[in-house]
Design a protein around this ligand. Structure first.
Ligand code: PLP
Length: 375
């Protein structure tokens, strides 16, 4: 198997699994219990939260652990009552919740990067939050968060001068970026940041929301008061221990992996034939999005699967519903370009030999498809 869909899911790393195991067995205790072994588990849980937080330049007390990024995104929006702007290429877990708050979409430029002029024009006095992912899940496009934060600072100063007290928060979904960018909440200037263990060789169903002191959230669930009362329910101790280990490994391998993926991207783009490169610039190093004009990517991915190569046509959730990618539409691709688009995302399951092999197989199958179409 040549798995090239690491943006959809990453396998749990061996070291992560090993770190989690004791917490399914001998260290099964409820962290809220009063006896000593439970207190030890509670301390280890807090320590693990500290490691996750430290990975983005924050403190354990700034994090709310959630059951994944969707939940963290939903929690972020409890900071506002209405008035939200979101990037039109956001993941569906941001778009759907933004729609519930009558959110307005900010445009992207043809390269997938936020249109800052459109953003500026849309920040009216009623806007309470702006949500822009750090890196897009279909194109890998990295957004200029620090520039957006600078614009927000100016707007806040102007609002203060005019006596307008409406808050203006910056939320970012960093699900795809954690193991490919050096993330620091202060440098990015975010008030709320979504993290996802499942994309960084940690367990699925584990995420976190970084919350700055400026943001005041409402509970997602009520009950035992865990996670600062914002997400009640017994802590997912193994999940958080695993996430912390995954964060440690992500930091350790960040630079090495980036170099490796940049090289593989070059190799793939040199060896593939008759394609159009879609994510030309401003992209995470492990994303290659290419369009094979005139071909049907849906047919291609099934043919590739038969040869043991796993790739995607766009966000896994959109693809499974048979919907056309809103992201590819937003950057101005026409129907034929969208229909022929493949998303290839490298990761730790790959090696260089696989990249050469994948290029060869993709070339064979695209040639076969073209021959079939041309009769
Ligand atoms: N946000 C982004 C950018 C993603 O790529 C994903 C996963 O596909 C999610 C949110 C949702 O994550 P989860 O399904 O773990 O809640």
């Amino acid at each position: 198997m040549i798995y090239l869909d690491h943006a959809a899911a990453t396998p749990v790393a061996d070291k992560v699994l090993k770190a989690m195991e004791p917490y399914f067995g001998e260290l099964f205790f409820n962290p809220s219990a009063a006896y000593l072994p439970a207190k030890e588990v509670s301390a280890n849980y807090e320590k693990a939260k500290g490691v996750i937080a430290h990975g983005v330049g924050a403190k354990a007390s700034d994090l709310v652990i959630t059951a994944g990024a969707t939940e963290a995104n939903n929690l972020a929006f409890t900071a506002i009552t209405d008035g939200v702007l979101y990037l039109e290429t956001e993941h569906v877990s941001v778009r759907r919740v933004a729609e519930q708050y009558d959110g307005q979409a900010i445009k992207v430029l043809p390269n997938g990067v936020i249109d800052l002029e459109d953003l500026k024009n849309k920040i009216t006095d009623g806007v309470q939050m702006i949500s822009v992912s750090l890196a897009n899940n279909e194109l890998g496009t990295i957004q200029p968060l620090a520039e957006i934060a600078a614009i927000i600072r100016e707007v806040k100063i102007d609002r203060m001068k005019r006596g307008i007290k409406t808050q203006l928060l910056l939320h970012s979904d960093a699900s795809q970026a954690l193991n490919l960018l050096d993330i620091n909440v202060a440098r990015l200037g975010v008030d709320l940041l979504t993290l996802n263990a499942a994309k960084v060789y940690g367990p699925k169903g584990v995420g976190a929301l970084y919350v700055s002191h400026d943001a005041s959230l409402s509970p997602l669930t009520v009950g035992g008061g865990q996670e600062r009362g914002l997400r009640s329910g017994t802590e997912n101790v193994p999940g958080v221990i695993g996430f912390a280990k995954a964060m440690e490994l992500a930091k350790k391998h960040l630079n090495g992996n980036r170099k490796k993926y940049t090289n593989w991207r070059k190799i793939l783009l040199a060896e593939l034939k008759n394609y159009e490169l879609i994510n030309k610039k401003h992209s995470l190093d492990n994303f290659v999005v290419v369009s094979f004009q005139g071909l049907d990517a849906e047919r291609l991915i099934f043919a590739l699967e038969e040869k043991g190569v796993y790739v995607a046509t766009g966000a896994a959730c959109a693809a499974s519903k048979g919907e056309k990618s809103h992201v590819l539409k937003a950057i101005g691709l026409d129907d034929a370009q969208i229909a022929g688009s493949l998303r290839i995302t490298f990761g730790e399951t790959n090696d260089e030999t696989q990249i050469h092999e994948a290029a060869k197989i993709i070339n064979e199958l695209t040639m076969r498809e073209r021959a079939r179409i041309n009769g």
